[in-house]
Design a protein around this ligand. Structure first.
Ligand code: SF4
Length: 309
């Protein structure tokens, strides 16, 4: 009776393993575009390394594939049922429409950009569905969503559709009622929460779109060692910190500093400065370490690893 065995390794679960194998075999093939909207807002270094070394990238595991797959299933669910709703209430929704625009970069090369928006409600409210973490919204780290929505709004306007409202429908697999009660504030109130974002003036959308095209276009013709470097934001970087401890037995740091000189000054002013010690907590680049497929071919990340203590 009861549970006989727990399978801790997802590779041992055939339906999961086979579903991911089949999904990979059914890969999306890019037809007729140089850049997707998702790539446009991404780091040019990541886009170029992924294009240049498809066979040398970090391999997907079941665990790393799951978030995207679950996100796809959420999209499919909305598409399926809103289509049904639209049959009964015509002209309420346009769903998953592909857009394509061709623009001339500063180099004179033509760049084709493709995108697919999720939901257009009554031809003026643009929705993008995001399956994401509560942490992202708690930290307010959502500029990428705002940029993506504004790119879609720009492309729609090129096609003659003027949206006036931008919204994200965020789905939080990690949402927890107790965390909501404990944290309150910017912790999402529900497992599915809608957020309205700023619609930039048309000129700002156009300038941003062209800047990104130029950035990616110029990256596409330089050798690897001249690729633009990823920013701290791109790498989800946490800086090196200097932790001050009362003595070698202290388990918790008394203070943390981002600058070693500040940590030294603090120790010099401590009453028991003779026993105090400073420990370096090396910075971390979470995306490079755990998520970026390009890490095996990225010299920027390799150089960072080399200079770690
Ligand atoms: S490994 Fe890091 S630095 Fe290199 S491309 Fe990826 S995110 Fe950028």
């Amino acid at each position: 009776m009861g549970i006989l065995k727990r399978y801790d390794n997802m590779d041992d679960i055939n339906p999961v393993k086979h579903m991911i194998e089949a999904q990979k075999a059914n890969k999306y093939v890019r037809i007729g575009s140089d850049l997707s909207v998702t790539e446009m807002t991404n780091s040019p270094r990541i886009v170029q390394l992924a294009n240049r070394y498809p066979d040398k990238l970090k391999k997907d595991t079941i665990e790393s594939s799951l978030p995207a797959l679950l996100g796809t299933s959420t999209h499919d669910m909305f598409e399926r049922y809103l289509r049904a709703y639209d049959v009964a209430h015509p002209d309420t929704y346009l769903l998953e429409r592909r857009m394509l625009t061709v623009q001339e970069a500063a180099s004179g090369r033509l760049v084709r950009v493709a995108g697919r928006f999720d939901i257009l409600e009554r031809r003026h409210i643009l929705w993008d569905i995001k399956q994401t973490s509560t942490f992202k919204f708690v930290k307010g780290n959502v500029d990428d969503f705002e940029k993506q929505l504004n790119i879609y709004a720009y492309m729609l306007q090129l096609d003659g559709i003027k949206v006036d409202t931008l919204k994200i429908l965020a789905v939080f697999p990690d949402w927890n009622k107790w965390e909501r009660q404990r944290q309150g504030g910017s912790y999402p109130p529900n497992k599915m929460t809608a957020y309205k974002f700023e619609l930039w003036p048309f000129q700002k959308r156009q300038d941003y779109f062209r800047d990104r095209i130029n950035l990616h276009d110029s990256a596409s013709v330089v050798p690897d060692d001249q690729l633009p470097l990823c920013t701290d934001e791109d790498m989800w970087a946490a800086p090196t910190k200097w932790a001050v401890y009362k003595d070698t037995n202290a388990r918790k740091a008394s203070r943390l500093f981002e600058d070693k000189a500040d940590a030294l000054a603090y120790v010099n002013n401590m009453q028991d400065s003779a026993t105090a010690i400073i420990r370096e907590r090396p910075g971390r680049r979470t995306r490079c370490a755990d998520w970026c497929k390009c890490a095996p071919v990225c010299t920027q990340y390799k150089d960072f690893l080399k200079q770690l203590p």
